[in-house]
Design a protein around this ligand. Structure first.
Ligand code: COA
Length: 223
């Protein structure tokens, strides 16, 4: 009998468990069996409350479980800076990254989703959209037509991106943030929860409010 595909989840916090749940739901509908193991430097080994799988060890322990062909990595963190650091830490293992799309996400035609990305339940990505590698489109977030979302960028729950918007690498749109049509969000820019961008957002700057105004240069947050 074929062994189940083994998914090694980088991170084991609440977000990691949401990603794993989405993956398991997707694979269950396809009739695939899965084995999920979580890795996190900050959590003890043992079962997780969601029952999705155990914490098998810190990140460095991934190497001990990467011994078979049917083994894939899953990115279980959502903040751009953390995504960059953790993907760099496991890059030398050479394992493939899984793209996780919850079966209740709505994905239109001509949409590309890069490896290691996550599109959550009730997210909508309409038509002619490019999501780069390691992007996050969380629950109820929307990316409208002809959008480009750069590598490592994150749309938190309910963030709405209008048509023809370009989101730079590593940018972050907080919960309920809105970007109006045709705008550019610079590399590493942050739009805080509930903010509405009426103009282009400069690279590396944090904005809040309606209309969005700069707070200060973005410092990379780690949690
Ligand atoms: C914008 C954000 C990144 C700033 O975080 P930070 O760098 O830690 O900044 P601070 O909390 O020190 O706030 C800086 C200032 O901006 C204000 N501010 C922060 N977030 C704001 C927001 N969303 N809307 C309006 N003002 C906000 C603070 O009140 C503070 O104002 P002050 O200088 O007058 O006191 C953060 O507040 C935010 O909104 N993050 C989005 C997180 C999110 O949506 N997560 C979803 C997880 S599922």
């Amino acid at each position: 009998m074929l062994l189940p595909v083994r998914y090694l989840v980088v991170g084991a916090g609440g977000h990691a468990q949401e990603v794993a749940w989405s993956l398991v739901e997707h694979e269950r509908l396809r009739g695939e069996r899965t084995e999920v193991l979580f890795f996190d430097d900050a959590l003890p080994t043992g079962p997780l409350p969601s029952g999705l799988g155990p914490v098998a060890g810190p990140l460095d322990a991934i190497a001990d479980h990467a011994d078979r062909r049917q083994t894939r990595l899953v990115l279980g963190v959502g903040l751009p800076g953390l995504k960059m650091r953790l993907t760099a830490r496991v890059a030398s293992l050479g394992l493939a990254w899984t793209t996780v799309v919850h079966p209740r996400a709505v994905i239109g035609p001509n949409v590309e989703i890069g490896p290691g990305s996550y599109v959550a339940a009730d997210a909508i990505v309409t038509v002619n959209v490019r999501l780069g590698a390691f992007t996050t489109v969380n629950t109820h977030a929307q990316v409208a037509h002809d959008g480009i979302v750069g590598t490592y960028a994150t749309l938190h729950p309910n963030a709405h991106v209008a048509g023809n918007v370009r989101i730079g690498d590593g940018a972050e749109l907080g919960t309920g943030a809105v970007v109006l049509p045709g705008l550019t969000v610079g590399v590493g820019a942050v739009l805080g929860a509930g903010g509405v961008a009426l103009r282009a957002l400069d690279a590396g700057v944090t904005y809040v409010g309606v209309p969005a105004r700069p707070v200060r240069r973005t410092r990379r947050r780690s949690a």
